[in-house]
Design a protein around this ligand. Structure first.
Ligand code: UD1
Length: 422
């Protein structure tokens, strides 16, 4: 079982380039099922979740070629062979459920292994199903699968009780080829939803309002891909935010390239409040330089444009070193504090009260042996290790690899003393 070793205390300095957004790649790859033709996607990083989506699509009959070196994926969905998404990929990655909308559209049926719970909370799929049912689908559950049938999908007015990212994306994908108009009210406004809408529009879909709480889709009769029409996914704002926190925690000076600063407004605001200098060097670059020890701040995670839950664990690591007492309130997922016990092993003082974490900052953390229990929790341990005194040893690497590509090598290129044991 490989481990990460970090000798902490080195300020990260230099330039680091952000990769394509994991949470754009996954729905966009799933959306390729809608097109009985070929699609080319650019800036698709070599991540474990991308590999899982690739193997799921292959099981469904899609021909997938991932040029990992050039981060390019070619998909050919002309001949689908099944509408069943089995236990393996769905258990590994809940985003596998994103194939439901496209499969229903293409095959009139989707049989998806029940996603069950996961490390950061219950994460139901009721809103996905509610939307699909409003469009004419029927579903049954049993034998560990959800069977959804819809010989024909019809546009509908759907109100989401919560602006779920996945539900918005699944309904959006089901709506583009449905007959008539679909309105998604209280839709998620995340940049990755906009990216999916832009991708679908580039194929001929008619979508308005993506990025707002009301998305309107006018169903069209077909979508058209083509290898000559590559689509480039947006940069990963969560990876960018992780590097921003790393710069602030290690007293470094990082120039983070390939970012869309507008996607990081809440993150930049919190870092500034914590005392770091965040400078938007140009439309694609952010520079982060801390001014002394971070200051305590209050953070509440919210749907976009609020502070992202996917950066909560990394900012918790930062705040363990802040001057004063910080409070983080997690409102999106109910159990997203898997990193707390591990951070405590490094000397962090964190108290959990319901959905809030109260963090009393310390002057320093001490390296220790810790274990990542989920993706972003794992990233927070890497950040803690980079800033801590002594050696940190992190197990559970497979979680981190789900969402960060070549993280160790890239952090080393900006000065970190970080290694992977075989
Ligand atoms: C996506 C992201 C994930 C991020 C999350 C919130 C992808 C692949 N993953 O996950 O990284 O942390 O958005 O920004 O894009 N909910 C329901 N019923 C549903 C669906 C969701 O109650 O049918 C609840 C969930 O339990 C959770 C909240 O809504 O409490 C947010 O979930 P959602 O926005 O759907 O997250 P995902 O799409 O799973």
């Amino acid at each position: 079982m490989s481990k990460i070793y970090i000798e902490g205390g080195v300020p990260l300095k230099g330039r680091i380039r952000v990769k394509g957004a994991k949470n754009s790649c996954l729905p966009i790859m799933a959306a390729s099922l809608l097109v009985p033709g070929e699609i080319t996607l650019c800036e698709i990083p070599d991540l474990e979740d991308v590999r899982t989506m690739t193997s799921l699509l292959r099981l469904l009959g899609v021909k997938v070629r991932h040029d990992r070196r050039n981060e390019k994926v070619e998909l050919d969905s002309r001949h689908l062979i099944t509408c069943t998404a089995p236990y393996g990929p769905v258990r590994r990655m809940r985003a596998s459920f994103l194939v439901a909308g496209p499969l229903l559209t293409r095959m009139g049926r989707a049989r998806i292994s029940h996603p069950g719970g996961c490390a950061i909370g219950v994460r139901p799929i009721d809103l996905h199903l509610k939307g699909l049912v409003a469009m004419g689908a029927e579903f049954t559950m049993g034998d560990g699968f959800i069977d959804i049938v819809a010989p024909r999908l019809t546009g509908a007015h759907i109100y989401l009780d919560y602006p779920s990212v996945g539900a918005t994306e699944n309904i959006l994908m089901a709506a583009v080829l449905a007959s008539g108009t679909t309105r998604i009210d209280n839709a998620a406004a995340e940049p990755e939803v906009v990216d999916l809408a832009n991708f679908l529009s580039s194929l001929g879909a008619r979508i308005e309002g993506a990025g707002s709480s009301l998305i309107t889709v006018e169903g069209v009769s077909s979508l058209k891909g083509g290898l000559a029409k590559p689509y480039t996914v947006i940069p990963d704002r969560i990876e960018a935010g992780t590097f921003m926190a790393a710069a602030a925690m290690t007293g470094g000076d990082l120039i983070i390239e390939n970012v869309i600063p507008g996607h990081l407004t809440a993150v930049s605001a919190k870092l500034t409040e914590a005392g770091a200098e965040v400078e938007t060097a140009d439309s694609r670059t952010i520079r982060v330089r801390p001014r002394g020890r971070p200051r305590a701040v209050e953070i509440k995670t919210l749907p976009y444009p609020g502070f992202p839950t996917d950066l909560q664990p990394q900012f918790m690591a930062l705040l363990t070193l802040a001057q004063g007492t910080s409070v983080i309130r997690e409102t999106v997922f109910e159990k997203r504090f898997t990193q707390v016990e591990e951070l405590a092993r490094m000397g962090a003082r964190i108290r959990i009260e319901g959905r809030s974490a109260i963090i009393t900052g310390r002057q320093f953390l001490q390296g220790a042996a810790v274990r990542a229990a989920d993706l972003r929790g794992g990233a927070s341990l890497v950040l803690a290790g980079l800033a801590a005194r002594g050696i940190t040893e992190i197990r559970g690497l497979h979680h981190i690899r789900r969402g960060y590509s070549r993280l160790v090598g890239r952090l080393r290129s900006v000065g970190a003393r970080i290694f992977i044991s075989p």
